[in-house]
Design a binder for this molecule. Structure first.
Ligand code: LLP
Length: 442
């Protein structure tokens, strides 16, 4: 199994992350447990910034908090000097409670409600990424009504869809997000935004996909967006000063995944921006990227305790863990694949093939098919890697399973950053109508 960040196998033959023995972590905090390698997250934040610093461009690296949002994570991102992308009042509230500088927050979303827009205006959010005509009009009215003029970008769909290993340059016109470029909607949106009171249009945003392993798709998107910058400059004598190219940089979940390094993505983006803008006689804009998965994904590992197992002779051995699709819905949703080891017996030969089942009442609740492990027994600790992004953030209480705790580990120290939910938490918002309070059976 590939060891990410500070992960290593220690003298006891156990998986260690951030200098903490994961078997001890499981004992101290219980399982399932999300373990975040703090140093690795910080290193990646710095790698993105460093890569941009070398390009000479003005830039912002905005962490896409949908990947993993919590007070400690927002604080870490603030400490590292990144900006933040939020897509709801909830993500905005979390950031604000963490003391995140609001002027470095970008507010995204394809259906921001009037209340959410109002809240963001009241908070003084740095920038709104406007997705559609409804929002443009609504935001303009709300901001104007408050005597504000707020910085906005327009999200456009440049007709590029990037997948893991390839990009399709026509595929993504049919998207729920943004103003379509091919049909001319994007131009109408620019024209409309430039005369909408309450907003100040500073550029465009595009996001071409997620878990991307190549740079060609970004280059094509940048070229199409640069054409719109040129058109705007010629038509309205307005020169946009910012360009947001979204996130989507891939990570290594399994051996077949071959992601580029942060600096490779950044260099390719910077080169494309410089050449596409120079050729049109335009000044370089400030470039914004929004990595989510690539900042936290590989830095997160989930620890589970193995419970029951079942062998169907000649067919398969299942081992079941104390979590599942409730804490990691990605295998069930996207057929996502993961690597895993027995954290307490990390050096033992993997001589058995097992499939890892979750504990939810659903056949689809499988975390890993056909995993090589040492013969696993009840109470072994299974560590599943690359669960830092879109795991806690998409976790549910299906089957009324309490959501796991999360810890930041660093230099041998483990800090609880999210408490484990209790059974009481599960019914905290439940109410019994008064007419139902008579004792059952009386
Ligand atoms: N910016 C925008 C506008 C986005 O829509 C997204 C992700 C990102 C940035 C961050 O993308 P990342 O760098 O994390 O790939 N739940 C799915 C992923 C959904 C991504 C949605 N948008 C999953 O678990 O794979």
């Amino acid at each position: 199994m590939y060891l990410h960040g500070t992960s290593r196998i220690n003298e006891k033959g156990r998986l260690e992350i951030g200098g903490c023995d994961t078997v001890d972590l499981a004992e101290q905090f219980g399982t399932p447990l999300y373990v975040y390698d703090e140093e690795m997250i910080r290193d990646i934040c710095r790698a993105y910034k460093q890569a941009f610093a070398e390009t000479g461009l003005r830039y912002q690296v905005a962490y896409a908090s949908k990947a993993f949002s919590s007070l400690a994570m927002c604080r870490l991102v603030a400490e590292e000097g990144l900006s933040l992308d939020v897509v709801s009042a909830g993500e905005l509230f979390t950031a604000a409670q963490a003391g995140f500088p609001v002027e470095r927050i970008h507010f995204h979303g394809n259906n921001k409600s009037p209340d959410e827009l109002d809240y963001a205006l009241q908070m003084g959010v740095g920038e709104f990424v406007v997705d559609n005509f409804y929002e443009l009009n609504l935001l303009g009215q709300l901001a104007f009504g408050r005597g504000q003029t707020v910085p906005i970008l327009l999200r456009v769909t440049p007709g590029v869809e990037a997948h893991t290993h390839e990009y399709i340059s026509t595929g993504q016109q049919d998207s729920k997000f943004g103003f379509d470029v091919a049909s001319g909607q994007a131009k109408i949106a620019i024209e409309t935004a430039l005369r909408t009171k309450g907003v100040k249009l500073g550029g465009l945003h595009s996001h071409i996909g997620s878990q991307i392993f190549e740079t060609e798709g970004f280059a094509v998107a940048i070229s199409r967006v640069a054409e719109l910058y040129e058109w705007t400059s010629q038509e309205f004598a307005v020169n946009f000063d910012r360009l947001n190219v979204g996130g989507g940089f891939g990570i290594r979940y399994i051996a077949e995944d071959q992601p580029l390094r942060p600096k490779d993505y950044v260099r390719a983006i910077a080169d494309a921006v410089k050449s596409e803008f120079a050729v049109r006689g335009l000044d370089d804009p400030e470039v914004i990227i929004e990595p989510g998965r690539s900042i936290v994904g590989a830095a997160g590992t989930t620890l589970y305790t193995v419970g029951s197992s079942k062998t169907i002779p000649g067919i398969r051995k299942y081992i079941a863990v104390d979590g599942g699709m409730s804490d990691n819905p990605r295998p069930a949703l996207y057929q996502a694949e993961h690597e895993a080891i027995l954290a307490n017996r990390a050096r033992e030969a993997a001589e058995e093939t097992v499939s890892v089942a979750g504990k939810c009442c659903e056949s689809g609740d499988m975390l890993i098919w056909d995993l090589q492990l040492p013969p696993a027994e009840s109470s072994d600790i299974l560590a599943v890697t690359c669960t830092g992004a879109y795991n806690y953030s998409m976790a549910s209480n299906y089957n009324r399973l309490p959501r796991p705790a999360a810890v930041f580990v660093k230099n041998g120290r483990a800090d609880l950053i999210i408490r484990r939910e209790t059974l009481e938490d599960l019914i905290r918002n439940d109410l019994l109508p008064e007419r139902m309070t008579a004792e059952v059976g009386k």
